[in-house]
Design a protein around this ligand. Sequence first.
Ligand SMILES: [Fe+2]
Length: 159
Amino acid sequence: MKAEEIGLKDAQVRPVVDQLNDLLANYHIHYQKLRGCHWNVKGKSFFTLHAKFEELYTNAIATIDELAERILTLGKSPLSTYAEYIDTAEIEEIQTVGLQDIKMVEAILADFAALIDIERGIMEATSENGDDGTNDMINKFMQFKEKNTWMLRAFCNMS
Ligand SMILES: [Fe+2]
């Protein structure tokens, strides 16, 4: 499939697609971090956080699939190996075994901030290039993390 089929020129799509692949790579690292937090969380907040991390990784895996399929819709290939994800992502892996529950939440908040930052860049590029479909999709991803930033900060008693 070529972007022309949906009325977008290659020159409009090119600056957007590389950033979508960056976001995809970062999301995979974030996703696996959430799984680690879900598995390894301990303490009095176990039931709350175990469930919350599951909600977040379930959302992340759906986001990853939508992102990859948007890249294909735009006529390019999504990155699909872990080697590429680790190589491309700015978000770093962490060891969650033995990590204190609040430190886990702080790590997820830091990932959210990094992902939102990438998404704001993509929204700038998509509005400059007339790609409303990608803009709308990314905006929804961002709003989910904005709201969850508020909730996780409230959980940690942060202002
Ligand atoms: Fe589980």
